[in-house]
Design a protein around this ligand. Structure first.
Ligand code: PLP
Length: 230
């Protein structure tokens, strides 16, 4: 089933890219596996998924553990897409290739410190709150440039781009404004000195709105239901 879903998703991505005049090679797909079993993750990996996302450290630890090793999951890259508490930074740097949800200098400092202890340069994204919803986490767009500058001074962190979560809506068009806001913000940042190339990651788009996200410049989609459910 996962393989079937994946091929359908890839067709949809290709179509959205065609419409937007972009190449599907520009887009990385992260399969968000929260609430899914180790076996499901393995099935996704067997179907060609190379990037797995989790939103809770505890759950990621379980899947990344010795058991997960038996499933052969070490071949995939691990992404933290959910809220990260400062006291979980130590575990997070051991597991994750990319942390999408950094939204404060304090959290970034904890990550950099723990990464330093294991001689790692931790790749991160800054999470931006592009919608006014009270419940959403993330930096205020107007604070982002300042926080970006502060975090880029930290020794063991490497900022690779920006991430946002649009409020859930049945109408994907409802997300467009938020994706646009993130892209415009990213265009204000001089990425070259930080990432080594002018481009940056834009992590935006979930199962309900990824086609709109592609039109608005997403380079990293985080898909859960579209991959794991029919
Ligand atoms: C769950 C989750 C996703 C995937 O959501 P779907 O709607 O299942 O595609 C993406 N990003 C984050 C931060 C999530 O928590």
């Amino acid at each position: 089933m996962i393989a079937h879903n994946l091929s359908r998703v890839k067709e949809q991505i290709a179509l959205a890219c065609l419409k937007a005049g972009r190449s599907p090679d520009e887009i990385r797909l992260v399969a968000v596996a929260k609430g899914r079993t180790c076996a499901q993750v393995e099935e996704a990996s067997a179907a060609g998924i190379t990037d797995i996302g989790e939103n809770r450290v505890q759950e990621a630890v379980l899947k990344y553990s010795a058991e997960a090793l038996a499933c052969g999951l070490r071949r995939v890259k691990w992404h933290m897409v959910g809220r990260l508490q400062t006291n979980k930074a130590k575990v997070a740097v051991k597991i994750f290739d990319l942390i999408h949800s950094v939204d404060s200098l304090r959290l970034a400092e904890a990550i950099s410190k723990e990464a330093g202890k294991i001689n790692k340069f931790q790749d991160i994204l800054l999470e931006v709150k592009t919608s006014p919803e009270e419940t959403k986490t993330g930096l205020n767009p107007e604070d982002t440039l300042e926080v970006f500058k502060e975090i880029s001074q930290l020794p063991n962190i490497s900022i690779k781009g920006l991430m946002t979560i649009a409020p859930f809506t049945d109408n994907p068009e409802g997300s467009r404004l938020y994706f646009k806001t993130l892209r415009k913000l990213s265009e204000k940042i001089d990425w070259k000195p930080v990432t080594g190339d002018p481009g940056s990651i834009l992590s935006m788009g979930m199962s309900n709105d990824f086609e709109v996200a592609i039109e608005e410049g997403s380079t990293m989609l985080r898909l859960g239901r579209a991959i794991f459910e029919r």
